[in-house]
Write a protein that binds this ligand. Sequence first.
Ligand SMILES: NC(=O)C1=CN([C@@H]2O[C@H](COP(=O)(O)OP(=O)(O)OC[C@H]3O[C@@H](n4cnc5c(N)ncnc54)[C@H](OP(=O)(O)O)[C@@H]3O)[C@@H](O)[C@H]2O)C=CC1
Ligand SMILES: CC(C)(CO)C(=O)C(=O)O
Length: 308
Amino acid sequence: MRILMVGAGATGGFFGGKLAEAGRDVTFLLRERRAEQIRERGLEITTPNGDLTIQPKVATAEQLRESRERFDLIVLTTKAYQLQAAMEDLAPAVGQATMLLPILNGMRQFSMLDERFGAEHVLGGCARIYAEMDELGRIHQSAGPSQINYGEHSGERSERILSVDRALRDAGFQTVLEPDILATLWQKWWFLASLSATCVLGRGVVGDIAAVVPYGPSLARAVIEECAAITQANGYPIAESALLHHIDTMTQPGSTLSSSMYRDLIKGAPVEADHILGDLVDRAKGVSAPLVAAAYVQLKVYEAAQAN
Ligand SMILES: NC(=O)C1=CN([C@@H]2O[C@H](COP(=O)(O)OP(=O)(O)OC[C@H]3O[C@@H](n4cnc5c(N)ncnc54)[C@H](OP(=O)(O)O)[C@@H]3O)[C@@H](O)[C@H]2O)C=CC1
Ligand SMILES: CC(C)(CO)C(=O)C(=O)O
């Protein structure tokens, strides 16, 4: 299977690097600066289980346009606010049977891809990992999961999704072929949105907020309950045990847990406000979610200040 990874940032660099190291046929579609960095330094990845540096195949949008090379699987790993431009860059690589697998957070990416390329090309997917790229372009994975979940939106175990499964598994990270990828996406979304909104409102990682007893833990609990209620109102039930487990995780003193959105915020980098929190409150279906909305407002004010 010929795989095109769009982006070699924290997630794309990690999963694409692992796939390339495992011998899969991977090309990275990169913008000029990142392509140059990787040609010079290689793709460098550090993980709790060891480090690796590879020299992957790299293409820029211009090279892709000229070669008109088509790929079997295109994995999208940009931030949400980069997706529109990335779709234009990757378009020449989409042939009749090409599958598009976005592993971004949130949900809007699917309607955007459906509209641009046709829903028949689009698979469901998401990633679980704690990773960051530093200013030298090195990818650092922290302890915790490294996993991609994927599936047909219909839930079908089609020939093509089984071929994706064969291509992605056993490459040094976990993979899960999902019977109901939409449910998985919602489960991931409420977890991520509640973590992000709590960290944004409390301006700290989980342990910092948990230390402000009793208000920090009650903030986390209230945000979790809002996100869970929106998810349930959209038809995705949450087991009591999952809710309690998440509340426990999010109120642990000393925990260094945070989301990629919060890490971007404290770095002064752009954030996926509309995609991760705005879209969730837009889908509240009458559920009251003042805390998630407040976190969203904060991020939009931050975005506006950044633009000036
Ligand atoms: N980081 C994490 O731990 C996790 C992140 N996620 C989600 O995954 C998604 C990606 O996040 P993350 O990997 O952290 O983001 P990063 O910013 O680390 O990486 C995104 C990469 O996409 C590249 N890119 C953007 N536009 C293009 C384009 N047109 N062509 C080629 N490359 C492009 C950027 O390249 P350039 O260097 O040129 O700017 C950048 O390197 C987000 O939705 C995030 O929420 C999900 C789970 C965990
Ligand atoms: C769920 C979590 C926190 C880890 O995969 C994430 O998606 C993120 O940090 O963006």
